[in-house]
Structures are given as C-alpha cells and as structure tokens.
Design a protein around this ligand. Structure first.
Ligand SMILES: Nc1ncnc2c1ncn2[C@@H]1O[C@H](COP(=O)(O)OP(=O)(O)OP(=O)(O)O)[C@@H](O)[C@H]1O
Length: 590
C-alpha cells in the first residue's frame, strides 16, 4: 500500500472531527476540568488538615466535617470520570462507524483494476483493526492527553506557586530526561505499530485465501503446508504485536525512575526547607502528594503517545485507500436514446504492463433485438471486450457507444441497468435461491422468479433442492454445481429485464441439451421482449450458430465475421473449429 501524499494527517482529521463534535468533547473537557480542580484541591485540603491537627486546633465535628468534604470530593470525581468516558467514547465510536462507512463507500466506487492491486485480507484488516486504532486515538488518547496536560499544569502550579517555587523547581529537574526518553520510545513505537498492523493484514490475507481456496488446497494435499504458513504468519503477527508492546512497556520504567528521583530530591530539599522553617510539615506533605499526583499525567503521556503512534500508523495505511483516485468515474449525465444500438468503433485496449494489446481495432454493432456471437481461442480478448462494455476498464483507443452516446457519457447506473451480465463463474450470495435470482429486482413475485428459472432451464433442479426456492445457497448453504450456478445467474439476468443480455461463456458448464433449451427459450422470449439484444460469448460454436452475426477474435483482432453459414463458407478458423467440434460431439454421443 503506497503512502498518502496529499491525505490529511491524523491530527488534522481528528481536529476536524473534534470541531464537528465540539459539544461532546467540550462537555467531556469541562468534566475533566472539574476533576482536575477537585484533584488538586484535595492535597491542599489535606495539608491544611494536617497543619491544623499538628497545631491541635481541629477536633470532633469540625474534623469529621473536613473528612466528609474530602470523601464527597472523591465521590464527585468518580462520577465525573464515568461521565466523561460515556461522552467521549460515544463520539469516538461514531468516528469508527463513519470511517468504516467511508471506506466501504470508497471501495464500492472502485473498479476492478483497483482491486487487482489490493489484497482482500488487507482491506478487511483496514476495516477492522486499523479503524479501531484510529478510533482509540480519537477517544482515549485525546481525552487522556487533555486530562493529563491539565492535571500536570495544575499540579505544577500548586507545587511551585501554591507551596514553594524552589522546591517545585528542584523536584522537576529529572523531568526533561524523561521527555527525551519518551521521544525516543515513541519513534520506535511508531515503526513497531506499523509493522504490527501490516502483519495483521498479512495474516488476514492468509485466512481469506485459505478459506476461499480450502477445497483446492485439500485436493492438492496442501492443507498442512497452508496450516504451517498460517502458523508462521500468526507467529510473526504475535511477535510484531509483542515488539510494539515492549516499546509501550518502556514508558513505565521511565516514569517510575523520574518520579523516584523527583521524590528523592523533594524530600531532601523539602526537609532542608522545613528545618529552616521556610515551609511547614503540612506543606511538605501536600507537596509529596502532588508529586504522587504526577504519576497519572506521566502515565497518560506514555499511553497517549502509544495510542497516537498506533493511530498514526493505522492512518498512514488507511488514508491512501480512502483517498485513492477512483479507477472508475461516474460523471456522465446523458439519457439513453430510444434506439440503443451498441456500436464498437476501432476498440483497442492494452492491459497495463502487457506487451501487446488484448483488443485491437474491433468494430461491430448490435441493433436492438439482435444477437451477436463472439468466439475465438482462449486469450483472444472476448472477456476483455465485455470488461470494456461494462466499463470495468476504459479503452485506450476507439470507443463504444449506445444509441450514439459514448459509454462514459452515460451515468453508470443507466449503463448497468441496461446490461445484464452473466459471467462464466457467477457469484451466489449466502441467501435463498429465490433471493439470489431476484437480486436485481428484489420486488419480483415468486411467480416471476419461477418463470425466470424455467427460462434458464434451472427450475427442475431447484425443485429438487431440500427447500426448493427457499434453499439457502452460497457459502453458508448447499453447494450448487457449476452448471446450476450458471443457470441461476442466467435466471437472475433474465429477471432483471435489461435490454442487453451478455452471456460471457455462461453456458460453459451446462451440457449441450440444456444449452440448446436455454437458447431456444431466449429466442422465444424475443416475441415477448422484442427489443432485447444478446451477446453470446462461447467456446462451443453451437451456442452462437443462430446469432445474427458472429465475430471470430484472434489475438485481439476480428479475423472472421458473418453468419454461421457465411463463416462455414469462408473455410477459416470457424469452419475448421466447427468440423472439429462436430466430430467431438459425435464421438461423445457414440
Ligand atoms: N488483468 C489482466 N492483466 C493483464 N493481462 C490480462 C488480464 N486479463 C487478461 N489479460 C490478457 O489479455 C488477453 C485477453 O484475455 P481475455 O480474458 O479477454 O481472453 P478470452 O478470449 O476471454 O479468453 P478465455 O476464452 O480463456 O476466457 C490474454 O492474453 C490475457 O492473458
């Protein structure tokens, strides 16, 4: 994942968020101020009580009243602490939810070229682990930072101005050394946190790939190897997390040593001042209590730095994804003309880094109601043509138009509603068969779903499933065969009622008889839906023989074109392929 160049820094992003949620942050800060004021009041009060006790002027009800005041202050502090946490975490969780929504929205706008360069497991880690880290920076870190700084300043003021500035200054001597140590630790922590998040992404990727390919791995006898690899990555992720923790843990001794030294100095200098009667014993007691109160701001500083470094590390991974330029633009505003003839003129496309074009100067047109067949050896460019048609990639040369309007001029939603695409390996969601078919038209009635399934010659198969149309399929449900999945996808496309149906090798896993039945149904449908055009991409020529025009692609170029009869007469690739497939079919039948 590349680093963000113009993405806002974590600090800027958080500042904008705090400005937006100033009420929540403001009330939390107000509560913290009350807590800080009460916290510094307590030692002062204790100091007074001690001095009064030493002087013998505090007894009975007056003493009890003083003690009650101290207990009440403790209770109020407790309640306020609960209050600010509730206020703050609510806001921080909202930031998490918003970042997740933003990430998902951005990813939904990206085209396939973007996903080709990203790993799914990593994207999943961003949506979970990395956003958690940013959320913590917006929650715990922000307020602990505020609280710590405020307590620090108040306590320091009480120590220096409130008690004795000489004693205050002397006790502070070890602190710059601690600041230096903190800076050094946080430098290492940033690196360690980034490493830990990256390794978690690797681990996630391995989980995703192993689960998706579990059958292949088992069949190849590679499950143990995959397990070993997983163990290795888990170990590396744990080690990286531990390294990060180790740096975090270094804050504690730094705080402990600094405070120990400060206590030592305070007692030595304080004792000397008491002996010279420049401060009272009560004041020295209060001073050491104040020193004790510095523990929290010191720990808060360490904790805040750790959280911020983790947040920053997560943000450097997350921001580039949130701000990545869209690989797909949706700026077209033209309406689709009534006569939506699809025309390809000189269409040329080369995959990034490829030596030769996948498509070169391809011309064709399909008027509404017509069928175009596209055939050719593997790698000839058939699927690439569909990609360009679906605007999954933009052509380098030439153009595709619908009714004379170039595709980028149409809103993506219009283009997508116009085309129903059935890929060779369609995706079924974890839902019922009926819901999978009704995906593009969730309002379809059960009768409409069944009608589409009949047209796609899959109704009988569905009827034999345990719960018929209500049977759960996809990852959680029963497994359909490749051919059944293809036919469910065809039913889905037919139900969508789009004007252009694209069967992208979508009959490859069905037998010839079923293929013929489906193609016959499609032809019959023309009488009901006369304007629907069909593009059939196939390896088996029987699937395209009835098409109005057939294109033969070879290495990205159209090398033959015409009807089935014309192509046979040409005596080229098509004719020889046809003969070959006929012989193959008769051998299979024999
Ligand atoms: N993402 C990609 N990056 C680089 N080259 C690619 C990519 N996808 C396809 N190609 C190349 O582009 C050419 C055309 O591929 P395409 O998938 O369009 O062929 P096809 O005719 O659909 O093949 P098949 O019948 O096997 O599906 C091939 O040489 C292929 O290797």
């Amino acid at each position: 994942m590349s680093a963000a160049s113009d993405a806002p820094s974590l600090t800027r992003m958080l500042a904008a968020f705090v400005r937006e949620h100033w009420r929540a942050y403001g009330s939390a800060a107000a509560m913290l101020s009350c807590i800080a004021a009460l916290t510094v009041w307590i030692p002062r009060q204790v100091g007074h009580v001690v001095d009064a006790l030493v002087a013998g002027g505090l007894q009975g009800p007056a003493l009890l009243q003083q003690l009650a005041l101290l207990v009440a202050a403790g209770l109020v502090i407790y309640l306020l602490r609960v209050g600010w946490r509730l206020m703050l975490f609510k806001a921080a969780y909202r930031l998490g939810a918003r970042l997740r929504t933003r990430l998902f929205a951005r990813l939904s706008l990206q085209g396939p070229t973007y996903f080709q360069a990203q790993r799914t497991g990593d994207l999943m880690a961003l949506a979970t682990n990395d956003i958690d880290a940013v959320e913590q920076a917006a929650g715990e870190a922000m307020l602990a930072g505020f609280d710590g700084t405020q307590t620090l300043l108040l306590v320091l003021a009480m120590m220096t101005v409130g008690i004795d500035w000489r004693l205050g200054m002397a006790a502070l001597v070890p602190f710059p050394v601690m600041a230096l140590a903190f800076w050094w630790i946080s430098q290492h922590l940033h690196q360690a946190a980034q490493d830990s998040l990256t390794r978690f992404g690797d681990l996630n990727q391995q989980v995703q790939e192993s689960l998706a390919g579990v059958r292949t791995l088992r069949a190849l006898g590679q499950a143990p190897r995959s397990q070993a690899r997983f163990g290795e990555l888990a170990e590396q992720a744990a080690e990286a997390a531990f390294r990060s923790q180790r740096w975090e843990a270094a804050y504690e001794p730094a705080v402990g040593m600094t405070l120990g030294a400060a206590f030592f100095i305070a007692l030595a200098v304080g004792g000397w001042l008491v002996a010279r009667q420049q401060i009272t014993i009560g004041q020295l007691t209060a001073f050491t209590m104040y020193l004790g109160q510095l523990i929290w701001p010191m720990f808060a500083a360490g904790w805040v730095m750790a959280l911020l470094e983790r947040g920053r590390a997560a943000w450097t991974r997350l921001a580039p994804v949130l701000d990545a330029p869209l690989t797909l633009t949706d700026e077209g505003r033209s309406a689709l003309p009534a006569d939506a003839t699809l025309r390809s003129e000189g269409l040329t496309f080369t995959f990034p880094g490829a030596k030769r074009p996948a498509l070169e100067g391809v011309d064709f047109s399909i008027a509404p109601g017509r069928t175009l067949g596209i055939v050719g050896a593997t790698g000839a460019g058939k699927s690439t043509l569909v990609r360009l048609l679906l605007r999954q990639a933009e052509p380098d040369g030439g153009r595709l138009t619908l009714g004379g309007v170039a595709l980028p001029q149409l809103p993506l939603a219009t283009l997508r509603a116009h085309i129903a695409w059935v890929p060779q390996e369609p995706f079924l969601f974890s839902a019922s068969v009926a819901d999978n078919i009704a995906l593009a038209r969730p309002t379809a009635t059960p009768a409409e779903v069944e009608a589409a399934a009949r047209l796609a010659a899959v109704h009988d198969d569905i009827a034999r499933l345990p719960d018929g149309y209500a049977t759960e399929v996809g990852e959680r449900g029963v497994t359909l065969s490749g051919g059944q999945r293809q036919r469910v996808a065809i039913a889905r496309a037919l139900l969508s009622d789009s004007a252009l149906l694209v069967l992208d090798d979508a009959l490859s896993a069905v037998d010839t008889g079923t293929e013929t039945a489906i193609l016959d149904h499609l032809r019959e449908l023309r009488t009901v839906r006369p304007g629907r055009s069909v593009i059939v991409i196939a390896h088996r020529l029987s699937a395209v023989m009835e098409a109005d025009e057939i294109l033969v692609l070879k290495q990205g170029r159209v090398v033959e074109r015409g009807t089935h009869a014309e192509l046979l007469a040409l005596q080229g690739w098509y004719a020889s392929q046809w003969r070959y497939q006929q012989i193959e079919a008769s051998l299979e039948a024999a």
